[in-house]
Every structure is written in structure tokens, then in C-alpha cells.
Design a protein around this ligand. Structure first.
Ligand code: COA
Length: 558
């Protein structure tokens, strides 16, 4: 079946559908929702059997939905309508939520229902729920809807009209800042967290710090205390019954207007009393000879300081009498590479890019040069760009079922990339596949990643199950009779590789390209980064996604 994904951006849910539908041998192409005539043109060129809209911000043109089956993925239960579905569900403390696949019609989100799924809500940010529960439920509902399509065309099955009067969901207005506002005197910690979680990603909760307006993100409860204070990257603010740590803000008065760590956005925070580090983004645990290093950086972005702190934590972990060290990343992301927001906000973005990639490479080098431990990357969440290659620095790579990898750099203004990818990638997948992965710039599902050798295994029903299995598998490796042999083989391989071409040479070659990206005459990387952090709307669909716009494409006749 030819399926056109019509979407505002090629976001995580759209990528997951792209990967899973392609794996099921559908012919999938993507058109970003630029304007009505571009959408109509895409439909004429691709002649899809189905148009699927995983993430739209406006209505599909009537000329398209009247003549084609257009299915909308709505992140809400049956009957729920409106643009702030998950925001309301979190704010109002729903215990069960869902995803509905409905047919596009004149009234937004009110068309007949093709499939619906529900899930138990979790205390988490909107983005985390979207990337996990919503994505899994959406995939299930989309697959059900696709199965129904032949019966629909044969007149054997009809989608169910919305019975608005009896549905649990209802039409909701877009949530406004007034609905999200925090009353610091009256709201308890849980209410404050719900409000910030419901706005995470976008738009944040409009509030103020140091008397300046800003949007708040990335909040955690911390033990109650009287005095507001500063904690590494964030600040602590008192609620009615406790306190919350606010990790990120987007200033609304000055500056580049991008999301930054709170103390980077407000230099005034330096004058606050410093508190112990409760909302630590790095922590280490150890059992059965296995050391697990967790690093949960906001949005998976790893700035210079984050890389340096993780390296220090890793060096400490390496000094322990354990046999295996597992890089656990965070529950939502393993890593998305350099922190592009911090780079964008730096006085000299080229210099900061250089410092950041150098710190990232130091970390990768330390992992590659580890001789007394086996190392494992355990990807609980997605990984992109340098973050995907950070994972490859370890000896083994395990991934949770359903995660998406974006192991390429070119989308960021033709960035060449480093993290020793020129050493690790061809060794894992071969020269040919390495070239294809880098050139195609497409998301990789974990079955495909395993088949290619990019990862070694994928498993786990959900994050908790994955983490439990990772620990179990790592402990089994430690206990295996051939552990010493394995370690010796690893050391021998590294020594042979080093003799053939030293790590320093890979690094120097990669960084020579990166230096041109950062300091050369072609500003593509700086332009692409600017658009990425400022979320500039797309003005065209990249060719590598829109197959129907490839050179030589002729509209199919069937
Ligand atoms: N630096 C700073 N922020 C980043 C980031 C990075 N490297 N990667 C992702 N983010 C942020 C996004 O801006 C977004 O922010 P939001 O909370 O304001 O919405 C959030 O993380 C989620 O990213 P998003 O792009 O919506 O996620 P996705 O799952 O749809 O896409 C990627 C994942 C990895 C494809 C995409 O985020 C990406 O291309 N990131 C940049 C990777 C990169 O080029 N790194 C630098 C070179 S190593």
C-alpha cells in the first residue's frame, strides 16, 4: 500500500510510523504540511492508497479529504477534540488516556472513528507521554485502521460515527497561559508539577524569575526548604507545601528566546545560595559486578559541561572493582549529541561547538580505551546524531523495543560528525551500509538496526522491563565462564585496530571536517542549527523524505 504521511514535522511519532510501516512493506512517503497546494501536489504525485496525518496543526484541504481516505491520529480518547489534548489530560489528572484514529472531515477531529486505543497515564511530562504511551498506542491504532481499509473499500466495514453525547471525551479549547498559571502561594508541589509537565516541550508555563518573564520547563520535586536557591543547572522555588527544582527556562524578555538551563539563562542565579544537588542528572548504581551509569540530560542534549561531568563519573565507575559498565542514558533519550541550544546561545557558537565536540570525543575515547571492563550501551530511549555514535563507543549496544535511531549528522547543515563514527560504524555495518546510513539520513528502527549490526539486540516490553533485562543480561555476562576470554579478545582487537590506525588519527580526520563545518566559509551548519533551535517552520519537504519528489519519480498508474 502507498501511504503518504502528511505531517507538520517529521517528529518522533511520525518517524516511528515511517519505520514500522516501511518494515511492513508499505511504500511510505512524507510530505510536510506547508500549504494546501503543496499537499494537493504531493497527492497527485504519489497517488497514495491512504493519507495518514500523525501530527497536523491545521485542517487537511477539502479537495484532498473528499477524494481520498485521510486518517488523523489524535492523541486523545474517543470524543476528545482540540489542539491541547494531552495538556488537558495531564492538568486534570486523567488516569487513563488514549489515541483515536479518525477520518478527516469538515469539522476538526469529529470524523468517524477507524480505531482507538487507551493507556494508563503515568506521572510524566507531556513529551515523555507522547514519545512512549501515545506513540505505542498510535502505532497499534494505525495498524488496526490499515487492516480495516480493504473491508471499507469492499463495503464490508464502516467507520463508527462519533457519538459526541455519549463519548467520554469532549471538545476542549486550546489551553491558554491563563489555564496553566502557577499560584506559588496556593498551589502544592503536585499541582505545580502537573502544570509544568502539561506544558513541557511546548509552550512551557509563563511565569517569572528574578522579576523577569520566562517559560518554565523541566521541573522536579525536591525536599521542602525555606530559601530559594541554586542547584547546578537549575533553581529551587518554594511551593505551598514543598519546593520544585526548575531545570530549564525560555526567557520572554531578552536573549535568543530559546530553552536553556535556568542558571545559563539567568546569570543572577549565581548570587543565590547553593544547595546540594538533588535533581542529579547523573547517577551510578552497582550490583553483581555490574556498574550502571544513568545520565538523563534534558532532551538528550549533552553540552560541554555535561560531557565533562559524565566523563568524570565514568572514570570513577571504571575505578570500581566491577566487570561491566552499562551506559543507561535516560528513560526518554539515550543522547541527541551536542547541546545545540547552548551552542546557539554562546557568545561564539563556533568556539562552543568545538569545545562541545572535543568534550564529547574525550568521553568516547575513554570508553573506547577501556580495557578492564566490558562496556554496554543500553538505549532506553531514542538516540540521534552524535548521541547514536556515543552508543557505538561501547562494546555492546542493546536497545529497548520500539526506540528510533537517527545515526546521521547531515540534517544539521551537512555536519560531518565525529565521536569516532568513521572507526565504529563501518566495523559494525560494513563500508557500504555505513555510507548508505549517512547519506539516506533516515530514522532506523531497531529490527533494521539489529539486522545491519548497528545494535546487538533489542528487547523489553517497556522501559522498566528493558532496564530489568539489561541488568539481568549484564550479570549473566559477568558470570559467564568465558568472561575473561571475552575481555582478552576485546583488548587484542583494540590493540590490533590501534596498530592499523590510531584512534587519534580517526579523531583528527573527523575534526578536520568539523573545523570546516564550524569555521569554514560555508555557514550551513550555523544556519541549520539556528532554524532547529528556533523551530523555524519548514518551507519545503526534504527530498530524502518525499519519495514522490525524487528525480525520475513518475506517478503510479494503479
Ligand atoms: N540540542 C538541543 N536540543 C535538542 C537536541 C540537541 N542536540 N536534540 C533534540 N533537542 C530538543 C528539540 O529541540 C526538542 O525540544 P523541545 O523540548 O523544545 O520540543 C526536543 O529535544 C525533542 O526533539 P525533537 O526534534 O522534537 O525530537 P524528535 O524525536 O522528533 O527528533 C532528532 C529527534 C534526534 C532527529 C532531532 O531532535 C534532531 O535532529 N536533533 C539534533 C541532533 C543533532 O544534530 N545534534 C548535533 C550534532 S551531534
Amino acid at each position: 500500500m502507498r501511504i503518504l504521511l502528511l505531517t507538520h514535522t517529521f517528529n518522533s511519532l511520525t518517524q516511528r510510523l515511517f519505520v514500522d510501516l516501511t518494515a511492513r512493506e508499505h511504500e511510505v512517503s512524507v510530505e510536510l504540511d506547508i500549504n494546501d497546494s503543496v499537499t494537493a501536489e504531493a497527492v497527485t504525485l504519489f497517488r497514495p492508497h491512504l493519507i495518514l496525518a500523525p501530527y497536523l496543526r491545521r485542517a487537511i484541504p477539502e479537495s484532498v479529504w473528499r477524494n481520498h481516505v485521510c486518517l488523523i491520529v489524535h492523541p486523545g480518547i474517543v470524543g476528545d477534540r482540540g489542539a491541547s489534548a494531552l495538556d488537558w489530560a495531564i492538568l486534570e489528572g486523567e488516569t487513563e488516556w488514549g489515541v483515536t484514529v479518525l477520518q478527516a472531515e469538515a469539522v476538526m477531529d469529529a470524523g468517524p472513528i477507524w480505531a482507538a486505543e487507551t493507556f494508563a497515564m503515568r506521572t510524566a511530562t507531556k513529551s515523555s507521554l507522547y514519545r512512549n504511551e501515545v506513540t505505542e498506542a498510535a502505532l497499534r491504532a494505525v495498524l488496526t485502521a490499515i487492516e480495516r481499509l480493504p473491508d471499507y473499500h469492499a463495503g464490508r466495514w464502516q467507520p463508527v460515527p462519533l457519538d459526541a453525547a455519549n463519548a467520554r471525551g469532549r471538545l476542549r479549547q486550546p489551553m491558554k497561559q491563563g489555564d496553566r498559571a502557577i499560584d506559588w502561594e496556593q498551589d502544592d508541589t503536585q499541582t505545580v508539577l502537573r502544570k509544568i509537565n502539561a506544558a513541557d516541550g511546548f509552550p512551557g508555563v509563563l511565569d517569572s524569575l528574578f522579576g523577569r518573564p520566562c517559560h518554565l520547563y523541566d521541573a522536579h520535586a525536591v525536599p521542602a526548604r525555606g530559601v530559594p536557591g541554586r542547584v547546578r543547572m537549575g533553581i529551587v522555588r518554594a511551593t505551598r507545601d514543598g519546593a520544585v527544582w526548575i531545570g530549564h527556562v525560555r526567557r520572554a524578555d531578552v536573549g535568543p528566546g530559546i530553552k536553556l538551563p535556568t542558571i545559563a539563562a539567568f546569570p543572577e542565579a549565581a548570587d543565590l545560595p547553593e544547595h546540594a544537588d538533588e535533581a542529579a542528572d547523573i547517577h551510578y548504581e552497582e550490583t553483581d559486578g555490574v556498574g550502571c551509569l544513568h545520565f538523563d540530560f534534558y532532551n538528550g542534549a549533552m553540552g560541554t559541561a555535561a560531557c565533562e561531568r559524565l566523563l568524570a563519573a565514568y572514570q570513577q565507575a571504571r575505578s570500581r572493582p566491577t566487570r561491566i559498565i552499562v551506559f543507561m542514558g535516560g528513560p526518554d533519550f539515550f543522547s541527541n549529541g551536542l547541546d545545540l541550544n547552548l551552542i546557539e546561545a554562546a557568545v561564539n557558537p563556533a568556539d562552543e561547538s568545538w569545545r562541545n565536540i572535543s568534550a564529547m570525543d574525550d568521553l568516547c575515547q575513554a570508553i573506547l580505551e577501556t580495557g578492564n571492563h566490558l562496556t554496554v550501551s543500553a538505549l532506553q530511549g531514542n538516540a540521534g546524531a552524535g548521541g547514536a555514535f556515543l552508543a557505538l563507543a561501547a562494546d555492546l549496544v542493546w536497545a529497548r523495543n520500539g526506540i528510533i535511531l537517527n545515526p546521521h549528522y547531515k540534517n544539521m547543515g551537512n555536519l560531518y560528525g565525529s565521536e569516532y563514527w568513521t572507526y565504529r560504524l563501518p566495523r559494525r555495518v560494513g563500508e557500504d551500509e555505513a555510507r548508505k546510513i549517512m547519506q539516506h539520513r533516515l530514522p532506523l528502527g531497531n529490527e533494521e538496526a539489529r539486522r545491519l549490526g548497528f545494535i546487538d539486540a533489542h528487547f523489553g516490553r517497556d522501559t522498566a522491563d528493558f532496564v530489568a533485562q539489561v541488568k539481568h543480561r549484564a550479570a549473566a555476562l559477568v558470570a559467564a565462564p568465558d568472561f575473561a576470554e571475552r575481555l582478552a579478545a576485546k583488548r587484542a582487537r583494540r590493540a590490533a585496530d590501534q596498530a592499523a590506525k590510531p584512534l587519534a588519527q580517526y579523531r583528527a580526520e573527523e575534526l578536520a571536517h568539523m573545523q570546516r563545518n564550524f569555521y569554514g566559509f560555508d555557514p550551513s551548519y550555523h544556519v541549520a542549527r539556528h532554524h532547529f533551535v528556533h523551530k523555524t517552520p519548514h518551507s519545503w519537504t526534504p527530498r530524502h523524505l518525499a519519495r514522490h519528489r525524487e528525480l525520475g519519480w513518475t506517478p503510479p498508474q494503479d
